[in-house]
Design a protein around this ligand. Structure first.
Ligand code: SAH
Length: 353
């Protein structure tokens, strides 16, 4: 039976489910979830991410983390971790670029946090030279200096959605109409966790709330503040989210989020203000557009060096990849970077307090 039929039966038996519950089932149901059943990345898949566009992305980010590690006195050992590593491409590019940084590889213990067995197998293959360990959640990270990166991870975490009604909120839910999954609204109720949104919303506005994201950042922030390290969180979204940003992608094209759950990627924009608010006692950087961040890290110089060895179609593709990662009309502005670092240290290169 399809996941859509499973969910319809569950809703018929016990009532509508939250958008977060729907998203969690659609993405990570153990046998029918989107990530549990496939490698979704690349041309043949449903979406492409920055590390899959060009090796330059991982290279400059690897050097950024290595410089941050040097700036904090090169502690050894330390954990080099990634949340949602996909095919392992970003970590592989980071490790290749940092091979010449004295002591960095010897001191690094690679930890990967990945929910999908399909992608774990892919990561094991990509990273077999580096002996990575997989852990189930950030709570399982050892309490040691921690340099950690997350690209397009937080957008995959389940969000709840609330529509304002007076000074209360109606939660958006997934129910059934004529045996088909459909959105509806729960009765109005107070939501103390959304009190701060009463100031910047009007009746009928929709806000999103991703509780797991804040919990994850809180775990990371505590480790970085206590033991040193830094985090780079890269994703699409803005300082504060407003409106419905739940979206589904199948075969690189938008589709109805309620159509055939488990067969399309589902994401929501990241609310960086909420992440920053969970970082204490670690400090957080100014939210910085991806294009600005990559330029500051020297991606254009790296692009020129790589271009010197290319001609014809590979050169054209390389130039297009650089443009796609950095140009404000492509990924350069839509994607943002938030850094976490110890309050008594300097922020990672490319980012400002
Ligand atoms: N960072 C990679 C992949 C992004 S896709 C890249 O940039 O190419 C999202 C990744 O997060 C996938 O690896 C997916 O399996 C993983 N993921 C999604 N939800 C997760 C969760 N709750 N816990 C752990 N991993 C998760």
């Amino acid at each position: 039976m399809s996941l859509g039929r499973d969910l319809a039966a569950r809703i018929a038996a016990s009532g509508p489910i939250t958008v977060a519950d729907y998203m969690a089932q659609a993405l990570l149901h153990p046998t029918k979830g989107y990530y549990s059943t496939r490698d979704p990345l690349g041309q043949q898949g449903d979406f492409t991410t920055a590390p899959e566009i060009s090796q330059m992305f991982g290279e400059v980010i690897g050097l950024c983390l290595a410089q941050s590690w040097l700036d904090q006195g090169a502690p050894a050992p330390f954990i080099l971790a990634e949340l949602g590593p996909g095919r392992g491409t970003l970590m592989a590019d980071m490790l290749r670029a940092t091979a010449q940084v004295p002591g960095f590889h010897d001191a690094a213990r690679i930890s990967l946090i990945e929910a999908s067995d399909v992608l774990k197998a892919r990561q094991a293959d990509t990273l077999k030279a580096h002996d990575p360990q997989w852990i189930d959640s950030v709570a399982g990270l050892d309490r040691e200096p921690l340099w950690i990166v997350a690209n397009e991870f937080f957008d995959a975490l389940p969000v709840r959605q609330f529509q304002r009604d007076g000074t209360g909120w109606r939660e958006r839910c997934v129910g059934l109409q004529d045996d088909t999954l459909t959105f509806g609204l729960s009765p109005v109720a107070p939501q103390p966790g959304l009190d701060h949104r009463l100031a910047d919303t009007d009746d009928g506005d929709l806000v999103e709330w991703c509780a797991p994201a804040s919990a994850i950042v809180a775990e990371i922030g505590a480790r970085i503040a206590d033991h040193g390290g830094a985090a780079l969180i890269i994703d699409y979204g803005d300082w504060r989210s407003l409106g419905d940003t739940l979206q589904a992608l199948r075969g690189h094209a938008p589709t109805d989020p309620l159509d055939a759950p488990g067969t399309a990627d589902l994401t929501a924009h990241v609310d960086f203000e909420a992440l920053a608010g969970a970082a204490a006692p670690a400090a957080f950087t100014r939210l910085t557009p991806q294009g600005v961040f990559l330029e500051r890290l020297g991606i254009t110089e790296r692009a020129r060096n790589l271009a010197a060895g290319l001609t014809g179609a590979p050169l054209t593709a390389h130039i297009a990849a650089h443009q796609r990662l950095t140009h404000p009309d492509e990924m350069g502005n839509l994607f943002k970077v938030l850094g976490l670092y110890p309050a008594d240290a300097t922020p990672p290169p490319g980012l400002e307090p």
